[in-house]
Every structure is written in C-alpha cells, then in structure tokens.
Design a protein around this ligand. Structure first.
Ligand SMILES: [Zn+2]
Ligand SMILES: [Zn+2]
Ligand SMILES: [Zn+2]
Length: 327
C-alpha cells in the first residue's frame, strides 16, 4: 500500500515482501557507470579460459571512465551483490552474470517477432500442417485446421497448440524446425525441473497444484475452463514467482519410468535440443498420453502412456508426485 505521508521511496514502497536486499540490489544497479562495469566484466569473460578476472586498470580502461577515485567507489558498490575481487582482479559473481545474461538473452531482439512459418510437422489433433510464431517472448505452435488447444479468450495466439516462454536468443537458429525443436526441448526440461520442486530460473522451491475442471466438456475446447485438457498441473516458485502449467501427461515425459518405457521400444527422448525428427516423434507419442481423473478430492490423476501397442500407467497426486507405476 502506498502511504502519501510516508518517507519511503517508490522503490521501498513497491518492494513489498521482496525484502531489503532486493532494494539494495536495485539501488546499486541504478547507475550507468556500474552497469558499464558489469558489461565490461562480462565482455572480458571467456568461459573455460582460466583467468577470468580483469585488473583495476584494465577495467578502468574498458569502461573509459576518467577519475579512478570515483571509479573505485562504484566498483565497491557492486561488490556486495554482483562483483568479487580476487588476487587477480575483479570478476562477476553468479548474480552479476545473471543480470547481464538476462539482458543479453534478448540482445538486439527485444522486439523480435516471427510471423507464422510452416514447419515440417502435422497437428496431432487434426493432421493439418503446423506453423510456429514468436510474440511477447513466447514461441507458439499454431494450427489453422482445428483451432488448437485453447479458447479464443486465452492470451495465446489464435490456434495455439503449444506456447512456451522462449528467450529471443532462442531464435538464433537457422531453421524454423530447429527453433521449434529447441522450444519444446526447453519446455520439457523446465517442466521436469518444476516437477522436481526446483525453480528453473532461481533454484528456489516450487509449489505445485492440480487444477481439475469439474464441468469439463470432452469435445473440443471446454467452455468452462477454456482448455482442451481437463487437468492442468501448475507450478509457482515461492521465491521469484516464476510459474508454469501444462497437462500432467505431457509433463511426465521425462520421468525415468516413462523414458525407460520409450527406450525399451526404440524411442530415445530428452537429450538433443535440435533433433527435430525425434522431437516430432516424441510429441506424437505424447499425444497418446491419456489422463483420467480418478478422484477430485484428494486429486488423483491416472496418466496412461501408450506406445507401439504397449501401456504404462502412472498414478499422480496433487503435487505431481508419482504414487504408483504399473505396466
Ligand atoms: Zn490441428
Ligand atoms: Zn473444462
Ligand atoms: Zn524462482
């Protein structure tokens, strides 16, 4: 709440539950010279090159700052959170790397869009060719044949079959097929981490829950929940509020028992980000995953995985823990 008589700065007022260290970190960064120092340290950093520190004079040179007295003041400000000094010089701490990476991942591409581009794969719902499109830092897989998996009032693009958060840097691949494969692979890995209770962005603990539509219509997009899938698993990081959602059947795809089930039948999944053919095969296999609500209270969902005439059944609870596996 903002109190007009308060002596708090807007930053302090807005911080809410984020804590004083967050205010400190933002204050430290609100200076151009300090941002220049972070960038210069990142620029001087070569992964696996061994010595990744810059001496004071090297750094001063790179930032092109005139008074060394002021410069050490700014450097010192950064030392708590983002920069460390070693006998060899200065280098970025993990948090410093993260700040620069967050910006670099969108380098020159913040307005990146990709008009719908057809890919060499067909919709598993209707068989029409799929396309990908990029908007608002999400990569959408869209189908013009069946209208996709979400209702018209969802925030997703019309015809969305899948939509995943994807940094603009992910578009730095030569073909639409490779971009598509990378986005699916990244989402699978991210869901797997979230299911394991780990935030893929900040390593914090993740809460999971199951959203079950109680008046679900099994044909097409349900007018009650606006989805094709009755069950939606949801995750929220308790530290940074990063969130994710998806059908539990799909998200179990990298569960060890599911991976083994497919591997025994000749399909190896979950390793190569650019192998488009395998990703398409995996998605086709996943479209045969069934999810059935066994009980709403407590939530219990049975996921049936089918491949080449065989079945694997996994019973999961509200936190996406696998309770039993039957084959
Ligand atoms: Zn379709
Ligand atoms: Zn529904
Ligand atoms: Zn987090």
């Amino acid at each position: 709440m903002v109190d007009a008589n308060s002596t708090e700065s807007p930053l302090e007022a807005a911080a809410g539950t984020a804590g004083p260290h967050v205010i400190d970190a933002f204050k430290v960064l609100s200076d151009e010279t300090r941002l220049a120092i972070l960038l210069a340290l990142w620029d001087g950093y070569e992964p696996f090159a061994g010595d990744d520190a810059l001496s004071f004079s090297e750094l001063l040179d790179r930032v092109d700052y005139d008074t060394s007295g002021n410069f050490s003041y700014h450097l010192q400000k950064l030392e708590d959170h983002f920069v460390e000094s070693t006998p060899e010089g200065y280098r970025l701490k993990q948090a410093g790397h993260k700040i620069v990476r967050a910006v670099i991942a969108g380098r020159g591409l913040t307005d990146a869009t990709l008009e719908p581009t057809e890919i060499d794969a067909d919709c598993t719902i209707c068989g029409e060719p799929l396309a990908i499109a990029y908007e608002d830092e999400h990569l959408y897989t869209i189908c013009s044949g069946c209208g996709g998996k979400f209702g018209a009032d969802s925030e997703k693009l019309p015809g969305t079959v899948m939509g995943f958060a994807f940094d603009p840097a992910g578009l730095a691949r030569p073909t639409a097929e490779e971009i598509f494969a990378a986005s699916v692979f990244r989402a699978m890995q991210k869901f797997t981490m979230q299911m394991g209770g780990l935030c893929p962005d900040c390593s914090g603990p993740v809460d999971s829950s199951m959203n079950i539509c109680e008046e679900h219509s099994p044909n097409g997009i349900c007018s009650n929940c606006g989805r094709r899938d009755q069950v939606q698993a949801r995750w929220v990081c308790t530290v940074c509020k990063n969130s994710g959602h998806g059908p539990p059947g799909g998200n179990l795809v990298l569960h060890p028992r599911v991976v083994a089930f497919y591997a025994d039948r000749g399909l190896d999944i979950g390793y190569d980000a650019t192998d488009f053919e395998t990703i398409v095969e995996v998605l086709e296999a996943m479209s045969n995953h069934d999810q059935e609500v066994v009980s709403a209270e407590p939530p219990r969902v049975r996921v049936t995985v089918r491949y080449r005439g065989d079945e694997l059944r996994l019973l999961i609870d509200e936190s996406m823990n696998v309770i039993t596996v039957e084959d």
